[in-house]
Design a protein around this ligand. Structure first.
Ligand code: UDP
Length: 358
């Protein structure tokens, strides 16, 4: 089959890196990069590091509001689908690229495969939640990382076929885990001791777009124990600069602000951290897999199992709660979650069984 894969942002490059290899053994894949993340540190580095093939088409659509970005992607994808006439379209996760890819394909009567289907935070103020719900209802094949996700889809009576395949991001995380564990050079490069620093990432619109919330975030960061390594997402960097708050962070002794890091270095810093403090979806999961406690700067999460297992604590932007979470004793057990590292093969097997409607 001819599969049109549509990706656009950092976690999607990582997920596509897991699936693309096994997919190309059996099918023709055409990779489209929407341009949602165009910055080298959020885009190019993942292609070179994780061995993802260069995109066949680059749409160059970044910036703007969620609505205008999605609309521009739809306009660009419609003629592309017409030109390429794929047998299926493959989308990942919950971004504007996911929704635009799913909607443009469904309108063209091209079956949509959604990887990481069924994830829900049940918080419709999150743009990602809107993208997830809508993409799931457009998909013909819904590939879920967990049973919880499949149950969510059954509760919503989606139309497409639902399969639990495990999490393709876990495939990548498990592949790199031994190297990350062995790599002591990465923490040393920041002059921090393994097990003695916090790794911080923040980029969710709900935390950085509203100046009042951004102020609370900076206050929280100022109460956290140092040393802290904080790779700054470009969106967060711009918001901090606009609000005049970046200097406050730069003034904290023991807080190291960096550019966004490549996957391998970041993964190594996760493995050796005392704890991870984040509002990222993927990072919550990677901390769990690495056996590192996570403090999540949100009120809800799609990765509920990590919270139930006691390794992840939701604190929103409440500084005392964050400090208390950092002092929590580690749970005795860390049950395996989200698959065995072979989710990508299961995705491809499920895609093999797809048939194009007449
Ligand atoms: N990541 C990275 N470098 C960084 C921060 C994160 O490679 O400086 C990786 C991280 O390992 C994870 C993914 O980016 O695999 C998470 O992406 P992000 O937080 O942007 O998105 P989300 O998962 O919240 O959708």
């Amino acid at each position: 089959m001819k599969i049109l894969t549509i990706v656009g942002n950092r976690p999607q490059f990582i997920k596509a890196a897991a699936v693309s290899g096994p997919l190309r053994e059996r099918h023709e894949e055409i990779l489209v990069h929407t341009g949602q993340h165009y910055d080298d540190s959020l885009s190019r580095v993942f292609f070179s590091e994780l061995g993802l093939a260069r995109p066949d088409r680059e749409l160059g659509i970044g910036g703007g509001t969620n609505t205008s970005q999605t609309a521009r992607m739809l306009s660009a994808l419609e003629p592309l689908l017409d030109e390429l006439s794929p047998d299926a379209a493959l989308v990942y996760g919950d971004t504007n690229s996911t929704l635009a890819g799913a909607l443009a394909a469904a309108q063209a009567r091209v079956p949509v495969v959604h990887v990481e289907a069924g994830m829900r935070s049940f918080d419709r103020t999150m743009p990602e939640e809107l993208n997830r719900v809508l993409s799931d209802h457009l998909a013909a094949l819904l590939l879920c990382p967990s049973q919880t996700a499949a149950t969510n889809l059954h509760n919503e009576s989606v139309d497409g076929r639902v399969e639990v395949v495990g999490d393709v991001m876990v495939d990548v995380a498990l592949r790199w885990a031994p190297a990350a564990r062995d790599d002591l050079a990465s923490p040393a490069a920041y002059d921090v001791e393994p097990g003695a620093y916090l790794l911080l990432t923040v980029h969710r619109a709900g935390n950085v777009d509203d100046p009042a919330r951004l102020g609370m975030l900076v206050k929280l960061i100022r109460t956290l124990p140092v040393p802290i390594i904080f790779p700054l997402h470009p969106r967060t960097s711009v918001r901090l600069q606009d609000a005049g708050l970046l200097e406050q962070l730069e003034a904290i002794d023991g807080l190291q602000l960096t550019e966004p890091l490549g996957y391998v270095e970041f993964s190594s810093l996760v493995h050796h951290a005392r704890a991870v403090v984040t509002d990222s979806g993927g990072v919550q999961k990677e901390a769990y897999l690495a056996g590192v406690p996570c403090v999540t700067l949100r009120v809800s999460t799609e990765w509920v199992e990590t919270v139930e297992a006691g390794w992840n604590t939701l604190v929103d932007l409440d500084a005392p709660l964050a400090l208390a979470a950092l002092d929590r004793a580690l749970p005795a057990a860390r049950p395996p979650l989200y698959g065995d590292g072979h989710a990508a093969q299961r995705c491809v097997q499920a895609i093999d069984a797809l048939e194009r409607p007449s």
